[in-house]
Design a protein around this ligand. Structure first.
Ligand SMILES: Cc1cc2nc3c(=O)[nH]c(=O)nc-3n(C[C@H](O)[C@H](O)[C@H](O)COP(=O)(O)O)c2cc1C
Length: 326
């Protein structure tokens, strides 16, 4: 098993396709200096045969940041892992939890929970060629393989392959009949099963994921496992990351406006290199979630960010009424 400091995994932000791109991660980093961030899933095939530079691009401010890979070919995954490590990522995470059709046809994601030996081979191949941790993100079960014994067997195989950190989405996936979105909502959460895993494999760093949205819930989970992974809540209500940072690490809670001001240099640099404002602002729409004026902020950004010439001034304008209200 790799030697790992479990405290590095206390607070993590989930890999989310189309959401946790580099702009989003930069923003999340400002909200939480300590959270461990994960990229969207990149398939090993896309990396090995595609545009590596674009797929691996990230800012140095994002660290610690993990590259999530999807695939089931040990040779190809090993090549992709080397590319990730050389690009400076802090961890390679293998996706064994995503249930989408596209993913199943390529034989990766949640369907691999049925093939622990193959996942073990993939992990061994990657861990053999990189010095950074190789971790796995899985579900508690898949289809009718949903007994605790199945998860136990999967975990034992992972540990034998050298996995020291397992992220577990605490619900099973139904590979047929449910859409990926339904697979994040319909199968019931079973946190106890993940706690049991930690009790049974105390040396394994266990990170729990699924339906965790509040500081109180995070505190409770951290009494049972090593870390939590927050997905949708961090995206829709990103300020929860600042609240978690304050609670877990004692970092002073910033003003939301201050966080935006700290995005300014980044945004201006991105626009200067030809980026578009809408690609960045889409990730910050939820910053004022639950606050007076949140709807106006969101509307102004959504309506203005795609217009030609949209720049930092739009954000200033969207913030102005909120400053008056404060
Ligand atoms: C839009 C979206 C995209 C996702 N993409 C990925 C992905 O690329 N890789 C992955 O392992 N999980 C992916 N997930 C699942 C999340 O990582 C997480 O396991 C799930 O949302 C449950 O956590 P939550 O309840 O905190 O959101 C995605 C979830 C969402 C909402």
């Amino acid at each position: 098993m790799q030697s790992i400091d479990p405290s590095a995994f206390r607070l993590t932000v989930a890999p989310m396709m189309d959401w946790t791109d580099r702009h989003c991660r930069y923003f999340h980093r400002l909200l939480s200096p300590h959270a461990r961030l994960y990229t969207e899933m990149v398939t090993s095939a896309a990396l090995v045969r595609g545009n590596q530079i674009r797929l691996l691009e990230h800012s140095h401010e994002e660290h610690p940041v993990a590259l999530q890979l999807g695939g089931s070919d040990p040779v190809e995954l090993a090549k992709a892992a080397v590319m990730g490590a050389e690009a400076g990522y802090d961890e390679i995470n293998l996706n064994v939890g995503c249930p989408s059709d596209r993913v199943q046809s390529g034989k990766f994601g949640a369907c691999l929970m049925r093939e622990p030996a193959l996942v073990g081979e993939c992990v061994r191949a990657m861990a053999g060629v990189v010095d950074i941790p190789v971790t796995v993100k899985c579900r508690i079960g898949v289809d009718d393989q949903d007994e605790y014994a199945d998860l136990q067997r999967f975990t034992t195989t992972m540990i034998e392959a050298g996995v020291g950190i397992l992220v577990v989405h605490a619900r099973k996936a139904w590979l047929e009949g449910l859409s990926p979105k339904e697979n994040r909502e319909i199968p019931p959460l079973d946190y106890e099963r993940v706690y049991r895993l930690k009790r049974e494999f105390p040396e394994l760093t266990v990170v729990i994921n699924g339906g965790i949205t509040t500081v109180e819930a995070v505190r409770e989970h951290l009494g049972q496992v090593d870390g939590v992974m927050i997905g949708r809540a961090a995206y829709h209500d990103p300020f929860v990351l600042a609240k978690l940072e304050a609670d877990l690490y004692g970092t002073p809670l910033p003003e939301r406006g201050e966080v935006l001001e700290r995005m300014r240099i980044y945004i201006e640099a991105e626009l200067a290199r030809g980026g578009q404002l809408k690609h960045i602002t889409r990730h910050i729409l939820g910053l004022y979630q639950g606050e007076p004026g949140a709807r106006g902020f969101r509307r102004q950004l959504s309506e203005g960010a795609h217009l030609p010439g949209a720049d930092w001034g739009l954000i200033e304008a969207a913030m102005a009424p909120l400053r008056q209200a404060a």
